[in-house]
Design a protein around this ligand. Structure first.
Ligand SMILES: [Zn+2]
Length: 267
């Protein structure tokens, strides 16, 4: 709500800016192939932190105005307004992260193909280049929903209940910003919409690069009569941390480009 020091007009401008960023974020995630008909972005309300906002149950690329958005209570993922349209069944991912992590203001959940092999193979996703220094050098945790079903749950891989979202939210303790989800996808968090989108895009790109590198390495070993190929050199802890620090101050550069890209496609 507007405070004494903030006029209604100023408050409306802040909310409008967040909505504009959110809609751009949805389109950018689609343009880069992070989401398709499924997957979603959310943001914490900039003036009412007990509320978060998502699109109604629709493909992110189709989100076009405030009329497509639903406000939910962080506490229980229920709509703030009665008669709200149907929402995403997996909004518990978002509500439980916002509930547990006060600093988080944006969440991306996606099923990008490139990431899936790292959720089912036991091969850790590791930072291959400076753009993905935000990834843990040991690999982001892989959260397995099968470890958390209750007897009453339908085991359809979807985070459709509070206890499942709560368990997933715990994986972000200790500063982790990306969690892989076994046989499903991944979730990325941040304190800004722009950075959450950045992390989602570069998690996906890093996964594609690592798969290509693993394949190349295996081919190299085969063509050299299976002699051991050189070990793959991932970023070390210092490189990853410093690369992430350096790039964190430059997010506006890709963001402005991405906004122009989706704008050029009439979004
Ligand atoms: Zn999902």
């Amino acid at each position: 709500m507007p405070t004494a020091a903030m006029t209604t007009t100023e408050a409306a401008a802040i909310v409008e800016s967040a909505i504009r960023k959110f809609i751009h974020g949805c389109h950018i995630l689609h343009y880069h192939g992070v989401v398709d008909a499924y997957g979603h972005l959310s943001f914490r309300h900039p003036l009412r932190p007990q509320i978060f906002v998502m699109a109604k149950n629709m493909p992110p690329a189709a989100v076009s105005s405030q009329d497509d958005l639903i406000q939910y209570w962080v506490e229980n993922a229920e709509p703030v307004e009665e008669g709200a349209p149907q929402g995403y069944v997996e909004r518990l991912i978002h509500s439980e992260i916002y509930k547990r992590h006060n600093e988080v203001t944006a969440v991306v959940h996606a099923h990008a193909d490139a990431v899936i092999p790292f959720t089912i193979s036991g091969v850790p996703l590791r930072p291959c280049y400076h753009m993905a220094g935000f990834l843990s050098t040991d690999g982001p945790p892989v959260w397995d929903i099968a470890d958390h079903y209750l007897r009453s749950d339908i085991p359809d891989m979807l985070v459709r209940h509070e206890h499942l979202g709560r368990s997933l939210a715990k994986s972000f303790d200790g500063g982790n910003v990306v969690t892989l989800m076994r046989g499903h996808g991944f979730t990325a968090i941040s304190s800004s919409i722009e950075d959450a989108v950045f992390r989602a895009i570069y998690t996906m790109k890093n996964a594609a690069i690592q798969s290509a590198t693993l394949s190349l390495s295996a081919t190299s070993a085969a063509t050299n009569n299976f002699s051991p190929s050189p070990a793959i050199r991932y970023l070390n802890r210092s490189e990853a941390w410093n690369a992430a620090e350096t790039l964190s101050g430059t997010i506006s550069r890709p963001w402005e480009l991405w906004v122009r890209e989706v704008g050029a496609f009439g979004r």
